[in-house]
Ligand binder design. Structure first.
Ligand SMILES: [Zn+2]
Ligand SMILES: [Zn+2]
Length: 345
């Protein structure tokens, strides 16, 4: 089969690899129908995650058809259409029992990272019973690719951890796919205002069409001043960090109102300054989390019921064998006006 293979920083190729086979009885082999590229994949390609081995097939999102199942898989059969979760989980260990699939003792985020991933014609999924989700007949499968990672990530790490409530003023720092996923799912709780902050005018325009009540271009405007003036000097009830650099985490600390929640989603590679000298008396909660994907079934129902339309995040389509071109487009997101790209096998 063909697959996108990482060969060290800056080096990738679309090349022939052996088709995956069942290794353990709990495995399934899935034929990929549609997959996508994540910001995390760009980090891997840059060499930011040096633990990724030369020769690894990248990718942790997608939908497909079950090609083959191990003898211990009972929830699925050959031919079933499935959503592949970015998190692999056994469903049996102490962390899984707590709903912390991300820390599964025999899984977590391993797909396209520690084991071969979804940017290929076929992928092996360990613990298939707990790591795949059935796709209801007649679904728009393209939209469901957003359920592999970005929707549960925005919802669990941003909205649930941020404890968004009716009437809240929410600020989301970062209007990329994950920030938009937080914006979409925050609206389940009817916050009074959602302020999106980014430096890319196009992404802010998109955020407006997804329900942002205010947008701030922090490259042009003083975001702190603007937010203070929008909130009578109080700041926001929930600040969701969806970028992952020190400046954006510091911004969240500047704009949070007393009693507020700072929910981090961003993948941070550098340490940040915690301004405890200002925050110690402000009843602030700061949360961190890796997506567990425990909300995937719930989110699937909201997509089926058209309460949210994640399909609108898809800006570009490619054939799977055009993946190098797709990486160029997604890697130049601002210029190409790209949010999510779909690769079709
Ligand atoms: Zn991802
Ligand atoms: Zn587990």
């Amino acid at each position: 089969m063909k697959a996108l293979v990482y060969h060290g920083p800056g080096k990738k190729s679309w090349e022939e690899k052996p088709k995956p086979v069942i290794v353990k009885p709990t495995d399934a082999v899935v034929k990929i129908l549609k997959t996508t590229i994540c910001g995390t994949d760009l980090h891997i390609m840059k060499g930011d995650l040096p633990e990724v081995a030369d020769g690894r097939i990248i990718g942790h999102e997608g939908v497909g058809i079950i090609e083959e199942i191990g003898t211990a898989v009972s929830n699925f059969k050959t031919g079933d259409h499935v959503i592949i979760s970015c998190v692999t989980s056994c469903g049996k260990c102490a962390y899984c029992k707590k709903g912390m699939y991300s820390h599964c003792e025999d899984g977590g985020w391993i797909l396209g990272y520690k084991i071969d991933g979804t940017q290929a014609e076929y992928v092996r999924i360990p613990h298939a019973d707990n790591s795949l989700y059935p796709i209801p007949a007649g679904s728009d499968e393209e939209a469901l690719v957003m359920l592999s990672d970005i929707l549960p990530t925005g919802f669990e790490c941003g909205v649930l951890n941020g404890q968004v409530k009716p009437g809240d003023i929410v600020a989301i720092v970062g209007s990329g796919p994950i920030g938009i996923a937080a914006l979409l799912t925050a609206q389940f709780y009817t916050p009074a205002e959602i302020i999106m902050i980014d430096q890319d005018e196009n992404r802010l325009d998109v955020a407006k069409t997804f329900g942002a009540t205010h947008i701030i271009n922090s490259a042009k405007d003083d975001a702190i001043k603007k937010i203070k003036s929008l909130t009578n000097g109080r700041g926001v009830d929930v600040a969701i960090e969806a970028v992952g650099i020190p400046a954006t985490f510091e911004l969240c600390q500047e704009i949070i109102a007393p009693g507020g929640h700072i929910a981090n989603i961003g993948v941070h590679g550098k340490s940040v300054t915690l301004h405890l000298e200002k925050l110690w008396s402000s009843n602030i909660t700061i949360t961190t989390r890796l997506v567990d994907t425990v909300t995937t079934p719930l989110l699937l129902k909201t997509v089926q019921a058209k309460k949210i339309e994640p399909k609108k995040l898809i800006t570009h389509h490619f054939k799977l064998d055009q993946i190098i071109e797709a990486y160029d487009t997604f890697g130049n997101a601002a210029k190409e006006k790209a949010l999510k790209v779909i690769l079709e096998n």
